[in-house]
Design a protein around this ligand. Structure first.
Ligand SMILES: [Cu+2]
Length: 170
């Protein structure tokens, strides 16, 4: 009898929060898959879109995308994990690419979070840096896409990095 009661919807509270977590994870996975499939529609205009190395998480590490003919682009956002509302320090490096302009565009993957783009400035060490913040979301943690847009003489290269912020507190 007890089993029937559980199946009819009275899930204990602890289990319920696990179920909600699972549902969120499932939803995020779906969004990531669908977002990836339709990404050309959602991204800033570009001649070349490079996908960063699969599985790389900006919350924990610097992520890299390789150019088809050699060279690469990296992006690092600190502090890690990436917070909302607090200042973010952004660093991009380019290898084998001469850029006229480097910008970073933050957007919600499934949510309109407003225009949020900054121009990264080239330092003496050749790295491009900038500071910004991202807003807190009404739903709590959400998926963000930080698209690095690199303009060269010949083309506009976009590299969309997806990350979740803020990470679940434990
Ligand atoms: Cu949001």
């Amino acid at each position: 009898m007890r089993r029937i009661a559980v199946c009819s919807g009275t899930v204990p509270t602890a289990n319920r929060s696990i179920l909600i977590d699972l549902a969120i994870i499932l939803a995020l996975t779906l969004i990531a898959v669908v977002g990836y499939k339709f990404s050309p529609l959602l991204l800033p205009k570009a001649d070349l879109t490079l996908m960063p190395a699969a599985g790389c998480d900006l919350n924990r590490q610097t992520c890299q995308a390789d150019m088809p003919g050699g060279g690469h682009i990296t992006l690092e956002i600190g502090p890690q994990p990436i917070p909302v509302i607090k200042p973010l320090h952004v660093t991009a490096t380019l290898a084998g690419i001469v850029a006229n302009k480097v910008e970073l565009d933050f957007a919600g993957v499934v949510m309109e979070m407003g225009f949020n783009r900054l121009t990264l400035l080239r330092g003496d060490d050749g790295r491009y840096t900038g500071e910004t913040t991202i807003p807190v979301c009404v739903t709590g943690r959400m998926l963000w896409r930080a698209t690095l847009v690199v303009e060269t003489d010949r083309q506009r290269i976009a590299v969309p990095f997806t990350f979740e912020a803020p990470q679940a507190q434990n």
